[in-house]
Design a protein around this ligand. Structure first.
Ligand code: NAP
Length: 247
């Protein structure tokens, strides 16, 4: 179903994005993965050489683009259009997490949260939406369970960026559904990734209290492979139990 579909996917250097890259590669997609910088690009390229067979390596192209920087995003889109790379699927996955009492976050932390989690998905959508309309494509936003909550203590800013992106995506679906474009919001709870590198807590090791990135990738694939005419608008994934691990 996804064979030869061109996918533009952000945040592929780790966690959910890396699992999604490998999941979609197995489906025969032509993948364009966005990483933050050249250093990340080189290290992931080396890693992929050990994971993928040589004949499959060309199906994955990595592009360096720091999503904190709107002009870098515009340059990326210009390069895609100049080289006639047209996505069928756009996956807005890259994200950062900064947590703690709101007054303890720095201006830099808050600016990065809003730039990467909120502004970048809106800009990428803006720059590729004509292509997605032409292709009757699919946008998939990696939001979070925090988007629907109003008690994100010590995660007010993170939750607000995710609420913004979820709200944007749901309205966008209403705007583009008549063009055959699908829009899905995936809202996972605590997942075992490096997202909590700046936090005093992390996801539990017990899979009863945390999701795995492979599981999130599996349900993203489920959303991307529904029959024509059926849009999975929002998918929330939660572990059975709620438990954080203190570091
Ligand atoms: N883990 C969870 O519990 C959880 C729960 C709900 C939703 N989510 C969401 O899932 C998505 C993926 O996160 P994850 O859990 O897989 O965490 P992750 O392993 O930290 O992955 C985040 C990805 O975003 C990339 N990224 C961050 N800043 C960037 C920038 N300025 N430019 C380009 N790329 C940038 C990272 O690249 P670098 O490593 O190079 O910085 C990394 O590849 C995020 O949107 C997150 O909010 C995660």
């Amino acid at each position: 179903m996804l064979q030869n579909k061109t996918v533009l996917l952000t945040g592929v250097s780790s966690g959910i994005g890396k699992c999604l890259l490998l999941t979609l590669q197995k489906q025969g997609c032509i993948l364009h993965g966005i990483v933050k910088n050249e250093e990340r690009k080189l290290s992931l390229q080396e890693e992929l050489k050990n994971i993928l067979s040589p004949e499959l390596l060309p199906s994955v192209t990595l592009h360096a683009c720091d999503l904190r920087n709107p002009s870098a995003i515009e340059t990326l889109s210009r390069e895609f259009h100049k080289t006639h790379i047209v996505p069928d699927i756009l996956i807005l996955n890259a994200g950062v997490g900064y947590y703690g009492p709101h007054e303890e976050l720095s201006v830099k932390d808050i600016s990065e949260l809003t730039a990467v989690n909120f502004t970048a998905p809106l800009l990428l959508t803006n720059l590729f939406l004509r292509d997605l309309k032409n292709r009757q494509g699919h946008l998939l936003f990696l939001s979070s369970v925090t988007a629907a909550k109003t008690n994100n203590t010590h995660g007010c800013a993170y939750g607000a960026t995710k609420a913004g992106v979820s709200n944007f995506a749901k309205s966008l679906f209403e705007e583009v559904r008549k063009y055959g474009v699908r829009v899905t919001v995936l809202a996972p709870d605590m997942t075992q990734t490096e997202l909590y590198r700046n936090a005093s807590f992390c996801a539990a090791e017990d899979t009863d209290a945390a999701l795995t990135p492979e599981e999130v990738a599996e349900y993203a694939l489920f959303a991307l492979t529904t029959r024509d005419g059926l849009n999975l608008t929002e998918l929330t994934m939660q572990p059975q139990r709620h438990r954080l691990e203190r570091k």
